[in-house]
Design a binder for this molecule. Structure first.
Ligand code: 9MR
Length: 615
């Protein structure tokens, strides 16, 4: 990370655009995206004490339309605030320009609408199109003409990194090249990573696998998204996800190829124990620049050499899991693609089982590490996807022998993927015996109940009662919302859906900073994420971000960081700045926008439909 910092210091002479004017922060926090007409409506008020207060909801003409009294909560360690709560769920009149008031204090303006989340889900999907590598981003598919750009890394035909890493260890390279053109850029950088691409693609594909059960199979039917594939007769969510599935497949080492890899890649010591192995079937960890580029930087202007970085067991399991999932999803609509994906998954599985302890090195500069030494969860995830797709006994044996079906964990992320197996096993038809199937479903409901209990102890009604907010904290919350959403799918108990809405409310502004973390949605939104192309805040010649992009969110490691202006001045939920340099708090990433899509599309799919509406 030090290298990033150096680069960020070197830039800064370019013309800088003014940040748009916005209202000042207030102490009555609401979902700035708006509330559903028939959905839960909660606001949070930071107060000096716990005396109950009278609140009034006023409409756009200033008329009071509802009144009530706040409910004291107490001190909230995550924000270091004293909190009271407002519940105006009973108010169900659609409209714009509402404001919640307490005495002279007022919230930001908000709306009440039947489908507030629909537009956010569409915009959050557009993020993936605009992160595509290898193709031009065309003006007709994006929200503003200035978001169009030339194809980045249009012919990504790459060989293995050769040369010295940042600890001066020499890596020999390999004797082949792969065509790794395409896929999504990971984040604000131009790396394309298999670890992280995997969980991101799984999340979108998982949403697809649930939409029919949630009553909205056509949510992303052909033509719903603005994509070059529009009109091809296929689901647009699948068209977008396939971009990444294809990339994951392309990163697989061809049969019989030998590669020199390091088996000892401890983060604390130089890579050692180099051996030349038959690497056929393994998957390269990433393709990325050999050194960090500065910001701004259009992908097409990237001057760096790019390489494949060594294969790893974790990357291989990521590809296997998603390719196996893809094989069942495309089985009917594109059997040839399904066959290709399943064959790749099987080859990957065999290779990862043959070479179980090959870990990624974090010693290459120019890209993120995504190093993960605990890969039993990746193996379980891959086996679960293979089992659901094929029903074969060896995969079942791995799934049932692993501890993950019952381990109670509630977090899903790029380095902890067990839940991505559990959630699939619970709801996608498969050959587990009915009693075990029931155990898995009960287990998910039990995890969701734990999250509800956490919410009751969280000032901001979050399914997370801790005070420590880590890198990408918004995605941690959204991934917990996915567990709640699946519990709703299993039980149809509205309490779980309400808790999903609570997370959306937080992300769209009901938080201690009175800030929507999604660009373009909210009265006080995020304007300058850390991104090499959407870099207008750093250089006026570059575009501002499109709407629908999620900031990583509060990251309290800033408390300790000498270089950070927030050092010593923030707690958990307040450790965030809308600053393009703040890459630990305000970057964007595919594994963060994917659960934003999941949650907003879930809420839209499960909306209460009016009695008159067909279906
Ligand atoms: O999301 C990743 C986070 O969990 C890690 O703590 C952090 C530091 O290793 O890296 C994050 O991922 C970044 C990746 O390494 C490179 N592309 C940008 C990602 C988001 O910041």
């Amino acid at each position: 990370m030090t290298t990033w910092r150096v680069l960020l210091l070197l830039i800064g002479a370019a013309p800088v655009a003014a940040v748009p004017a916005e209202p000042s922060p207030g102490t009555i926090r609401i979902d700035q995206l708006g509330y559903e007409t028939t959905g839960p409506k909660h606001a949070i008020v930071a107060t000096p004490d716990l005396t109950p207060l009278s609140w009034t909801l006023v409409d756009s003409t200033g008329e009071p339309v509802a009144t009530g009294t706040t409910r004291p909560f107490g001190h909230d360690p995550a924000s270091d605030e004293t909190i009271q709560r407002v519940d105006f769920t009973g108010f169900m009149m659609t409209g714009e320009g509402y404001r919640l008031t307490i005495g002279r204090l007022g919230s930001q303006l908000f709306s009440i609408a039947d489908r507030p989340f629909a537009a956010a889900a569409t915009a959050a999907m557009s993020f993936f199109y605009q992160q595509r590598s290898g193709v031009p981003i065309e003006a007709r598919y994006v929200q503003r003409p200035d978001l169009a750009r030339a194809a980045g890394h249009a012919r990504e035909i790459v060989t293995c990194f050769h040369g010295r890493d940042q600890r001066s260890v020499r890596w020999p390279g390999c004797d082949y090249r792969l065509d790794a053109t395409g896929g999504w850029y990971d984040a604000g950088d131009h790396g394309k990573y298999v670890v992280n691409g995997g969980v991101s693609a799984w999340t979108l594909l998982d949403l697809h696998e649930r939409l029919a059960a949630l009553g909205d199979a056509d949510a992303f039917a052909d033509g719903r998204l603005a994509l070059p594939e529009r009109g091809n007769g296929r689901d647009d969510l699948l068209d977008e996800a396939r971009v990444e599935v294809a990339f994951l497949l392309a990163m697989q080492v061809p049969q019989g190829r030998r590669v020199t890899v390091a088996f000892s890649t401890d983060t604390g010591a130089p890579a050692k124990d180099f051996r030349t192995i038959d690497a056929g079937g393994l998957v390269h960890t990433k393709v990325a620049d050999e050194a960090w580029t500065g910001l701004p930087m259009a992908p097409a202007a990237d001057p760096m050499r790019r390489f494949l970085y060594p294969p790893s067991t974790a990357a291989t399991f990521n590809m296997v899991a998603v390719a196996a999932q893809a094989a069942r999803i495309w089985r009917q609509s594109d059997p040839a693609f399904a066959d290709r994906a399943l064959a790749a998954a099987r080859r990957g599985w065999e290779a990862a089982e043959r070479i179980p302890g090959l870990h990624a090195s974090s010693d290459f500069t120019g890209s993120g590490g995504y190093g993960d030494r605990q890969i039993a969860d990746e193996r379980f995830w891959a086996a679960a996807q293979l089992f659901v797709t094929t029903g074969e006994a060896p995969f079942r044996a791995v799934v049932t022998a692993a501890p993950f079906l019952r381990d109670g964990s509630v977090d899903l992320g790029w380095g902890s993927t067990a839940l991505a197996g559990v959630l699939t096993l619970a709801t996608v038809p498969n050959g587990l015996p009915p009693d075990l199937h029931a155990v898995i479903r009960d287990e998910i409901v039990a995890r969701a109940d734990m999250l509800l209990a956490e919410r009751d102890h969280s000032g901001y009604r979050l399914p997370f009662s801790g005070a420590h907010y880590g890198w990408g904290s918004n995605s941690t919350l959204l991934n917990r919302a996915i567990v709640l959403g699946v519990a709703y799918q299993i039980t149809r108990n509205a309490a779980y859906r309400d808790a999903v809405a609570d997370v959306a409310d937080y992300v769209f502004g009901r938080n201690a900073l009175d800030r929507s973390f999604v660009t373009g949605f909210g009265a006080r939104t995020t304007h300058q994420p850390h991104h090499r192309f959407w870099a207008q805040a750093a250089d006026a010649r570059y575009p501002a971000p499109p709407p629908g992009v999620l900031s990583g969110g509060p990251n309290d490691s800033a408390r300790m960081d000498d270089g950070d202006p927030l050092k010593g001045r923030c707690v958990g939920q307040t450790c965030w700045r809308d600053d393009w340099r703040a890459f630990t708090m305000n970057e964007v990433a595919i594994n963060w926008n994917a659960p934003l899509v999941w949650v907003t599309a879930f809420l839209d799919a499960t909306r209460i439909r009016s009695a008159r509406a067909p279906g």
